[in-house]
Design a protein around this ligand. Sequence first.
Ligand code: AVJ
Length: 300
Amino acid sequence: MHAALGAARRSISPKYFYDARGSQLFDAICELVEYYPTRTELGLLRTHAGEIAALAGPQAEVVEFGAGSLRKVRLLLDALDRPAGYVPIDISGEHLAQAAQQLRGDYPGLAVQPVVADYTQPLQLPAGPHKTGMRLGFFPGSTIGNFDPEQALRFLRMAARVLRGGALLLGADLVKDPAVLHAAYNDGAGVTAAFNLNLLARANRELGMDFDLDGFAHGAFYNSPRRRIEMHLVSRRAQRVQLDGQAYLFEEGETLHTENSHKFSVDSLRALAVEAGFTPGPVWTDPNRLFSLHWLASPA
Ligand code: AVJ
């Protein structure tokens, strides 16, 4: 937070949204009518589960990056031929432990090994069960869009290495009518605003800060040249906040940039994957071309 507030252009990684409350709010976002990505991707997974399972082969070990509430992976696990293991990786430990426990109850034969970690940092995966099929990475939700292009490339290179001889099933949100994008991040019920503002509430709770939550507004807009939604917390007035006894001033209208959500074309995503060492396979999109699901093989 000192680094975020000390910078000339204030910004903080969106990974800090996901404390227990933030993860709950994100799950609520996924249910919003304006927020098309979740239901569209779930539809793609349902429609193409058979093809995906055929590509994965028997006894795959599924590794999910940023596992969240584990709703999507159930579609995958249900379709796969005797999946051998499941390694959900998530930064929100409490949320992950709960979700993993539920999943164990529903898939008695499956070795579920949750890893509480930040997958943008070097990480060690637990040794999988013996005699498994391919290692199948799962990175849904267009979380890849949170990364800058260079960070996305770094992530994909790491994934290609971890998944060598296997594949990555990746969800990527597509470039589209800005009005549709705008609505998805400015929902009428204000859930996205609450999600954004929870970052300040979390800083108050965990860092003893004194953000006035009424003093900041949710700001989200589509930056067309950069093909990304930007979310900011916008100071409604000149004000000061303190962290560890150090004061930081916000001018009226000054922002803390909290998230980028990049949008892709099918070709731009595939080109990025090639650059990272993957061999792109099939791509599935919905009829309205809102969202894309990519099979990316990682050569042995
Ligand atoms: C989880 C990063 C995919 O960018 O759409 C949803 C997060 N932020 N609404 C996205 C989010 C605001 C979401 N990702």
